[in-house]
Every structure is written in C-alpha cells, then in structure tokens.
Design a protein around this ligand. Structure first.
Ligand code: ASP
Length: 327
C-alpha cells in the first residue's frame, strides 16, 4: 500500500486564476507532476479533502483530518502526507503532532512557489515528503514538516520568511534531518510525549477560544479588559525572555485569576525565563501573578496547546502540568 495523501489546498495546488476564481489542482494532478514518485512503490492513496487557503483551516478540520489519517494507517498505510498552504502550517502541524498516536510518520508539506511559476517547489517537496513518510528512520517522530529537502519536527518549526523556498526553519534546534538524494537522513530524535486526547465534543472546541496578545512598547493593555467574556484563555507574547510593560502586569494578573494566561516570547527563538528578572512586568513577577510558563513554545504553538487542553476540559493544574511537559 502507498502513502495516504491528503490534500487541503494552498499554493502547492494553485494553478492560476480563471474567471476570477482560483484554479486548484487535485491530488491526482499534483502527484502526476512529480517525477520519481512512481519509483517509491505503490502509488499514493489520494484523499482530496479540502481546497482552501490555509488561513481558512480550523482546529476541527485538522482534528478530523488526523482521525482520517489515523484510520488510513490502521488500514495499512505506511505513512501519511498532507499538502496544505504554508501560512498556517506551523500551527496545524503542531496540532496534529500533539494528538498523533502512531509510529507511522505524518508529514506535512506545501510550496512557496506555485505551479504556474518558473521553478515551482511543490513537486520536490511532495517527493521529499513521500520519501520521509515511507522512511523507517522517520518512524516514531510524530508529525514532521518537510520543505526544501529539510525535515523539521512539528513542535519546533516556524514559517520564518514570507517568501522564498527556504521559508521554514526550526530556530531552536535546526532541522531534525535532511532528504539527500533518495535517502532520509535523521540526525536528531527529539523525545516524543504521549498523545493528548482529541476533544470529543466539537462544541467544546469551538467554545475554547484562546486569544493571542503581543506586548509592545508603552502598551497598557486596555484592549484586554473584557477578554474573559469572549475567551477561555490567553497567550501573551512578551518581550525578550517574557517581559511586559509594568502597566500591563496587573492587567495580566487580574486576567490570570479568571482564565489561564500563558507567557511566551515574541522574539521567535529561545525560551522564557523563570527567575532572573524581578521588576514589575518581569517573568518572575508575571509567574507570581499566576501566568503559566510557556517554556520554548512560541506564541502560536502555545495557543494551539492551550486551546486543545481547554477543549478537553483541562483545569488550571492540568494546563500548568501540560505546559511543563510540552513547553
Ligand atoms: N497563502 C497560501 C496559503 O497558506 C500560502 C501557501 O500556500 O504557501 O494557503
């Protein structure tokens, strides 16, 4: 049996515009454009699932996709490839990684240059993703992101540039491997955590809204006052190692008494600190006010984890424990 291929849309499938509408390639058209794919063995088992810009994907759709991919693996697929837009891929990959229960790789890929441009990267990325999904070396690594012949762990990867084929990076670790010629070389094996439960109730997932707020120079957080009326949790992207203006600290402290508030860094790399700075608005002060330490998780990934936890009914202690394990 070949890999199970799920297509969700995005640039990799964008074949131009006709009559004001985007023309999107099907999975069969995508795979037909990949030289060398047939050499990998049985053809991919294609599931054309969605055809959307990745900005329109939802948590529910990704969790449903993981369920379908899981069934494909249980039916014998040696691995899974998902093609989608690159804009939200760092979030969807992490969401899938948190719940993926199998040793078989779940590999997400996309493209930065669409098929109508000179040198589209979609076919190369799809071939590298399929090789990775089939590679025994990639088993047990959870969800992986493969672009530009690099293999990234879903929990570390970021879309770090808006254009160009080298848009994806893992700032804290680098890629876990590389696709070289016809081989998948895994150079680092990050530890796997036990999969988290998928929320059974779609309504609970929809209700578990988590806001993301970036600290900025001379900001007093007036926007946050009514947040608990609409949201069940908040992720703060703080300065540096987890700092905010002193005027914002009591606002966040008051919120943390009502909903979980997770502290992360807006820098794009590195962890938040725990006990180094002591001023009002520092990481020590914010933790004392009840904010949860986001560790190495970037703000977008912290938001994914918090929403998944809240939708599954996690209380404050469970949230803190999960961030200690995943952050
Ligand atoms: N805007 C596109 C999307 O995320 C970008 C891409 O696919 O690379 O759907």
């Amino acid at each position: 049996m070949g890999v199970a291929l799920f297509t969700l849309g995005g640039t990799i499938a964008m074949a131009g515009h006709a009559g004001g509408r985007v023309r999107r390639l099907t999975g069969a058209q995508l795979t037909a454009a990949v030289p060398g794919l047939a050499d990998l063995g049985a053809p991919p088992d294609v599931h054309d699932t969605r055809a959307v810009p990745s900005a329109d994907l939802t948590f529910r759709q990704i969790l449903d996709l993981v369920g379908e991919a899981s069934r494909a693996v249980e039916a014998g697929a040696p691995g899974v490839v998902v093609t989608q837009g690159t804009d939200t891929l760092e979030e969807t990959a992490f969401l899938a990684d948190l719940v993926w229960p199998h040793a078989e790789p779940l590999v997400l890929t996309g493209a930065m240059r669409n098929p109508t441009l000179a040198g589209p990267d979609g076919p190369a990325n799809l071939l590298a993703a399929a090789r990775t999904a089939l590679a025994p070396e990639a088993r047990g690594l959870g969800a992986l992101v493969v672009l530009n012949d690099e293999v990234h762990a879903a929990r570390r990867v970021r879309k770090a540039r808006s254009t160009g084929t080298a848009a994806f990076a893992s700032p804290d670790t680098g890629p876990v491997g590389h696709v070289v010629e016809d081989r998948v070389r895994i150079l680092a094996r990050p530890p796997r955590r036990a999969p988290l439960p998928v929320p059974a109730d779609p309504a609970a997932l929809d209700a578990a809204r988590v806001a993301l707020y970036t600290a900025a120079l001379d900001d007093d957080g007036a926007l946050l006052a009514d947040l608990p009326r609409t949201h069940r949790g908040l992720v703060v992207a703080g300065f540096g190692a987890g700092h905010v203006p002193s005027a914002l600290a009591p606002v966040l402290g008051a919120l943390a008494e009502r909903v979980p508030v997770v502290l992360t860094s807006r820098t794009g790399g590195g962890s938040v600190l725990r006990n180094t700075y002591g001023a009002v608005g520092s990481e020590t002060d914010l933790r004392r006010r009840g904010l949860v330490d986001g560790g190495f998780l970037d703000p977008y990934k912290a938001r994914v984890l918090l929403r998944l936890l809240l939708a599954a009914g996690a209380d404050r202690a469970a949230v803190t424990e999960a961030f200690a394990a995943h952050g």
